[in-house]
Design a protein around this ligand. Structure first.
Ligand code: PLP
Length: 387
């Protein structure tokens, strides 16, 4: 059968994270700290907005670019961060952030174009870059520098084929948040070497300890070089609604709209109305953020007290990325054995790239109770390695 598949399909492989969840299915009493999926329900008032929309007849196709209500809400949301985009021509409502990233890559990348991503980094970028015919080029980031993308390191990986840089701040998996000065420096490099930036801002509301969010798209010189991607999934606990947006120069967004017409036509109509409500009112965002912050503090403090582990306190997103080098295990061995022996699912750092080796990703998008129990089990496991 394989010979019937396109070369593109043959290349497709399951991401490392999914493989772990499949394996976890064989155990009972498993604690899941693997997936980046908020454990909160979608705020009731957002659900109400969708229900009202359904009763009002939003049950049909919408314009390919999305409903104007949703695009206007996205525009007013972006304006909070100093980004000014015309909802009529410069914003498209997509099927989640994923849909926006896919469309943007398809519209920006030609075969052989190089796309810079940091390493470690969320797994799906590399797969999506390859699907567009591009070549992912990984720029290492290091724990000693808080996993911050260093402008000096970035320059080393630029070639005449560099077309795009994907930035993801707050970052999955490291939780790193870039400062305004760092974004300024990266923006200057993008202008000097003439490449575009795709700024994936899906975690922009999840910030802790006084960290502030800045978008590279707010830098005036970067407006014409930046496509911003955001989504309702993480901010409003709406992963299943499949709604997000892309915002950028109208010549680019126009093409995303045509691509979307040919892929899914539009994001689900009721989800678009829910997003229109959510991005204007930001319901429950501060409450959820406070709960995540308390979990982050708990995890970081307790992990640092476990032999063989050290953990920085990340500034954003909902992941910790502890160093497990002191255990002597690879990240894959650590996660496999933790799953088999203690039934806790976390993700090996190596699945996020070569420079993720020596780390594991622990999501704190699960209850405090589950996190406390997982910490107990991780301690038992780590102590057993010392005997
Ligand atoms: N970007 C990053 C960095 C993510 O971690 C995720 C989901 O895990 C997404 C984008 C996609 O989110 P969605 O398609 O649900 O909006």
């Amino acid at each position: 059968m394989e010979q019937k598949l396109s070369a593109r399909a043959v290349e497709l492989t399951q991401g490392g994270i999914r493989a772990f969840f499949d394996k976890a299915g064989q155990y009972r009493d498993v604690i899941h700290l693997g997936i980046g999926e908020p454990d909160f329900p979608t705020p009731p008032e957002i659900i109400q907005a969708a229900e009202d929309a359904l009763h009002a007849g939003f049950t049909h196709y919408t314009p390919n670019a999305g409903l104007m209500e949703a695009r206007e809400a996205a525009a007013s949301y972006l304006a909070r961060y100093g980004i000014h985009r015309d909802p009529a021509e410069e914003i498209i409502i997509t099927c989640g952030g994923m849909g926006a990233i896919f469309e943007a890559l398809q519209c920006l990348i030609d075969p052989g174009d190089e796309v810079l991503i940091q390493d470690p980094q969320w797994v799906n970028y590399a797969a999506q870059i390859r699907l567009a015919g591009g070549v992912p080029v990984r720029v290492p980031v290091y724990e000693e520098r808080d996993f911050r993308l260093q402008p000096g390191d970035l320059i080393k990986f630029i070639t005449p084929k560099t077309k795009l840089l994907i930035l993801n701040s707050p970052n999955n998996p490291t939780g790193m948040v870039l400062t305004e000065e760092e974004l300024q420096a990266i923006g200057e490099i993008a202008c000097r070497y003439d490449f575009m930036v795709l700024s994936d801002e899906v975690y922009c509301e999840l910030l802790y300890g006084g960290a502030a969010f800045h978008s590279i798209g707010a830098i005036p010189e970067m407006a014409e070089r930046t496509v911003i991607v955001n989504s309702a999934s993480k901010t409003f606990a709406m992963t299943g609604w499949r709604a997000g947006f892309a915002a950028g120069p109208k010549e680019i967004i126009r093409k995303l709209v045509i691509l979307q017409e040919n892929m899914v036509s539009c994001a689900p109509a009721a989800s678009q109305m829910a997003v229109a409500y959510a991005f204007r009112r930001l319901p429950n965002v501060q409450q959820m953020r406070a709960v995540y912050e308390a979990r982050r503090d708990l995890l970081a403090e307790e992990l640092n007290a476990i032999p063989g582990l050290t953990c920085r306190k990340p500034d954003g997103a909902f992941y910790t990325f502890p160093n497990i080098k002191g255990t002597g295990l690879t990240s894959l061995e650590f996660c496999q054995r933790l799953l088999e022996e203690q039934h806790v699912v976390i993700v090996p750092g190596s699945s996020f790239g070569e420079h993720g080796e020596g780390y594991v990703r622990i999501a704190y998008s699960n209850s405090e109770e589950a996190i406390r129990e997982a910490l107990k089990r991780i301690r038992i496991f780590a102590e057993s390695l010392r005997q």
